[in-house]
Design a protein around this ligand. Structure first.
Ligand code: DGY
Length: 321
């Protein structure tokens, strides 16, 4: 193939125009579209230099092999990259990139929104009203958890965990966090103390998850952890579905082992387990943590920057491996 042929980029599903237009100016674009099946992506892959994936696209050996030896980068349209088979990429010399930083505020704000929504049962309350079942002010109706003075447990003090801690700080009585290493800068600016997971679960009124899905964190919250939480406590997950055993969570909500939950992510998206749909005091959102125009546009730009850096033989700015 002559050198003048533009590199081919496979956008597996959809890249917003803020990034797509940058790529289209220099590359040939192939697009799977939002409904692309794994088989369709494999059929589109041969000859590509870059694959643009997102959390709903499993990038495994079959897709990498279908792309062939010219594939140089998998650019994930997300900060998380648990959908990408890292070892398979590493062994083939394929770079993997993500989109950190630009979605920190959006995701932390969504975690705060879910925290408030779950604490005050907003989903249920609005559902009752819309269904015409509101019969007037009732002093015993829709009682929830008041958060002023609450102890917030932040599991994972990376960018998003830290921003969440900053956002809840004005409400909080105390902030407990887990992290592989102490975060002295966080502790200087916030009333935050690093503790072991056991202590966080036992003491926090709100437990919010902000760690990636890795072999170490999958199943982080199961029946034992939920039972270790106070009965009035609540769980928020805006990180990744596999961190939480969904059946155990539904059971804990049904049995009153915890008081409420707010979830934005699920193990097999877009499928949401029926047990969660049926569970009481559970606010469920469709993975919209980073869904602000500002964040999604900035993520798209980072995707394009990462692809174009690799195309130009430069170090991509957000290389994971
Ligand atoms: C991410 O970036 O990992 C988010 O989950 C996407 O919204």
């Amino acid at each position: 193939m002559p050198d003048t042929e533009p590199p081919i980029v496979l956008i597996c599903r959809r890249l917003l125009s803020a990034g797509r237009d940058r790529l289209a100016a220099r590359c040939e674009i192939r697009e799977g579209g939002l409904d692309a099946t794994p088989e369709e992506l494999v059929a589109l892959a041969p000859g590509t230099t870059a694959i643009v994936a997102d959390p709903s696209v499993a990038v495994g050996e079959e897709l990498l092999d279908a792309a062939g030896e010219g594939l140089r980068v998998v650019a994930n349209y997300a900060v998380g990259y648990d959908n990408v088979a890292l070892e398979a990429c590493r062994s083939r010399g394929i770079a993997v990139t993500n989109t950190p930083g630009v979605l920190t505020n959006a995701t932390a704000e969504l975690a705060l929104a879910l925290t408030l929504a779950a604490a005050r049962r907003l989903g249920e309350a609005e559902g009752e009203l819309r269904a015409g079942r509101w019969s007037g002010w009732d002093p015993g109706d829709m009682l929830g958890l008041e958060l002023s003075g609450a102890t917030f447990g932040v599991v994972g003090m990376g960018r998003i965990g830290r921003r969440y801690a900053e956002l809840v700080a004005p409400l909080s009585g105390a902030i407990l966090y887990t992290s592989r290493s102490p975060k002295s800068d966080v502790e200087r600016g916030l009333p935050a103390a690093r503790v072991q997971m056991e202590e966080l679960l036992a003491r926090a009124d709100v437990v919010s998850l902000h760690v990636p899905a890795t072999p170490e964190t999958i199943g982080l919250i199961g029946a034992a952890e939920l039972n270790a939480m106070p009965r009035h406590a609540m769980l928020v997950n805006t990180a990744r579905g596999p961190l939480v055993d969904a059946e155990a969570l539904a059971r804990a909500l049904r049995d009153g082992a915890i008081s409420a939950a707010g979830l934005d992510v699920y193990e097999h998206e877009p499928n949401v387990p029926q047990a969660l749909l049926d569970a009481p005091r559970c606010v469920l959102l469709p993975h919209v943590g980073s869904a602000t125009t500002r964040a999604r546009d900035a993520m798209a730009v980072l995707v394009a920057d990462n692809v174009l850096a690799v195309v130009d033989g430069a170090e991509p700015p957000n290389r994971v491996i």
